[in-house]
Design a binder for this molecule. Structure first.
Ligand code: PHE
Length: 342
């Protein structure tokens, strides 16, 4: 029996030396100290021994048990403290798990850029409702009922019971905010109005029924076309990060006089002519002009007391130029492959 006890102790010693994990240790504990272990059986069988033998073997067996116990505990502590460099190493050069994050829509990025550029030169950012009265969308902007120019913009009308011309529309342009702002502010002021607008038209790569415009409006004493050209040039140069030229061509919008279409020098070739600008050196941007006196009067000012300039154009178009996006429908497509690129 003495032999057996020694053998068990030796075995445990060897196994503990080779054990590397807490699971190994637990296995050893169950095998050598568990209820069905050799040592337990041995202790149980002590009762069959003579008094003499009991005196000798009993303490030996009990000691062995205690020893094994403490050795197991020690090894366990050791393993818990010191990890085994061979099995638990970390490869610090391995690529990490990518944390997926969302991104801003290119429209939001462009809008923030625009707001930053304009607020830095003293403009305020204003806004107004997307569901608008016929008055602010049309009449106030010098387009009374039956004005042929109303047909220039294909309007979504909202059904009203009265049908008396006080209809509500989905605003067709951010120009709806001009008279709104004038009625509650006194010149001089300079504002930009970025916002969503709606037109009832068939969609294709360059037309959407729902898109964004951004209006600029500056009103004061002696505001001139030269002021418009200079602000436009500064803005586009800041936005595209390079020197941009602006040119105007005569055009017609009821709420301005004179009115222009304005172009910027091609952002791709700088004006030499390339496929982006169809060899013309210019890119069409939008409409602009000197605010019509009728609009200033609707705004609550005396005729000829102030002058102002205004412009309006699509944010999508600007984003498409900046990021070389070739289809306006991508903005609302919900295609994550598109959104992820920004
Ligand atoms: N509101 C015009 C449009 O939507 C753009 C514009 C704004 C033109 C201001 C001139 C002045 O087409």
């Amino acid at each position: 029996m003495k032999e057996k006890i020694r053998k068990i102790e030796n075995e445990v010693e060897k196994l503990l030396k080779n054990s590397k994990t807490l699971e190994d240790i637990e296995g050893i504990r169950i095998k050598y100290l568990g209820k069905k272990s050799e040592l337990s059986n041995l202790l149980k069988s002590l009762k069959n021994l003579t008094q003499e033998e009991k005196k000798e073997i009993g303490p030996l067996a009990n000691n062995a048990r205690k020893n094994i116990h403490s050795k197991i505990d020690k090894k366990k502590e050791l393993l818990e403290e010191n990890f085994d460099a061979e099995t638990e190493w970390i490869d610090v050069s391995a690529p990490g798990n990518e944390i997926k994050k969302g991104s801003l829509s290119p429209l939001s990025i462009v809008q923030q850029d625009i707001e930053n550029i304009f607020t830095a030169i003293g403009f305020e950012v204003a806004d107004g409702p997307e569901i608008e009265s016929e008055y602010f969308n049309f009449d106030g902007a010098n387009m009374p009922a039956n004005h042929p120019a109303r047909d220039m913009q294909d309007t979504f009308w909202i059904k009203t019971d009265s049908g008396d011309g006080n209809g509500q529309v989905l605003r067709t342009h951010t120009t709806n905010c001009q008279v709104r702002y004038m009625q509650t502010h006194t010149p001089p002021f300079r504002i930009i109005v970025p916002g969503r607008v709606f037109r009832q038209e068939a969609t294709d790569a360059s037309h959407e029924h729902t898109f964004h415009q951004f209006e600029a409006l500056v009103v004061g004493k002696n505001v001139s076309v030269a002021n418009f050209l200079s602000v436009a040039k500064s803005f586009f140069s800041a936005f595209f990060g390079k020197d941009i030229s602006v040119r105007v061509r005569p055009s017609y919008f009821p709420f301005v006089e004179p009115g222009f279409e304005f172009d910027i020098s091609c952002t791709n070739c700088g004006g030499k002519g390339c496929s982006t600008c169809q060899q013309t050196g210019w890119l069409e941007i939008g409409g602009a002009g000197m605010v019509h006196q009728n609009v200033l009067v609707e705004g609550g000012y005396k005729r000829d007391e102030y002058t102002g300039f205004a412009w309006g154009f699509g944010l999508e178009r600007l984003a498409m130029m900046k990021y070389k996006i070739n289809d306006i429908r991508l903005f609302h497509s919900g295609d994550t492959r598109f959104g992820k690129q920004f």
